[in-house]
Design a protein around this ligand. Sequence first.
Ligand code: SF4
Length: 436
Amino acid sequence: MWNYYPELLATPVPRYTSYPTAADFGPLEPGAIERAIAGVDGDVSLYLHIPFCEKICYYCGCNTGASGKRARVETYLAALHQELATVASLLPSSARVRRIAFGGGSPNAIEPHEFMALVEALHAHFPLRAPEWSIELDPRSLTAEWGHLVREVGITRASMGVQTFAAHCQKAIGREQPTAMICRSIDWLRSGGVTSLNFDLMYGLPHQTMVDLADSLEHTRMLGADRVAVFGYAHVPHMVPRQTMIPEAALPGAEARFAMAAEAHAFLTANGYEAIGFDHFALPHDPMARVTRDGTLRRNFQGFTDDPAEVLIGMGVSAISGFPGLSAQNDKHNGRYRALSAEGRLSANHGIARSAEDALRGNIIEALLCRGEAQLPPVLTGEVAERLEPFTARGLAELAGTTLRILPGGLPYARVIASLFDSYRAVTQRRFSSAI
Ligand code: SF4
């Protein structure tokens, strides 16, 4: 049972897929990403960004464009191939690639043969060590051929943008995908060997009711998604102009959004799913549930993860890389990214070098979001004690000595509690969404 305290959710907060967050990135020293890649030792994860979709959804805040412009897709993929070769040439021989993720956009918006060419380039250039392959997919552009390709590559993890099964909500967000289309996609992916299938669901959508949400959750359960991510729609048309297509008056209010988040949590945990942090759920057999139980769940640029690697190299326009002391983002402008990549140069010109204090605060934020508990150094205990009071007084968190614990009713406030350790906030809050 969650209680609604609007005053505690009034301030927008980041999702903390890194600390410092991408909003705090600034210009990087020339050569920073090259030095970071050259210093890699041991396990590495790779992320390839495909910034195209067959149809653009009205709500989408991602860096993506329509895949119909073939020349644009082809020049982008040529630049991505060049970047793969450049990154691989910098990696030392001690590096081992254990995970490869394709995201976007929608990786299945490119042609299957173009996708296979990227897979072949990865095999040719990188030291792959039985990597785990994962992919984000749009059911609207999925075909049986992609199911075969999933098997051929050895992809075992897939994430589908489902969002809602309610047809009227789908229409309002510009993403119409009948249930039969989703079922057909699941069949192709399961027969292709996918053992961990994630559904992204959303609440707070235009015209969405509690009945709509309950129906989507029931479909999700029946269709056997191994993982479910439940996100609140963030309506920020001042930052994402395409969202002006969504009528603001049709959006559920803050209290209704809170009730929806609570309903999703209650339904999924009552139906065999384990809660992963504040907005993810997984069936007990799924690796994400296993790492949550053993206390090794992590957070990286892709969200909650069971990936233990300290290095994630992102490739493609706007992709973010994470190293122990550095976050670096590729150029967000497609033309500049392509031009630099074509010259054999890496485009990561923005990011942040993490200080010792950043690392300390980042570890606390990650521990709170992943494990609901963190050990605080005495200096920070004093700093946040007063600001924690609204949460401890309402039974949402407890501070016992130097141990800060988020209590069960405090889960919807986890991001807000974590933000108390963020020394960069205060300046850029308008860029973020409500924690619920
Ligand atoms: S399919 Fe996904 S990435 Fe593409 S426009 Fe829709 S929400 Fe955005």
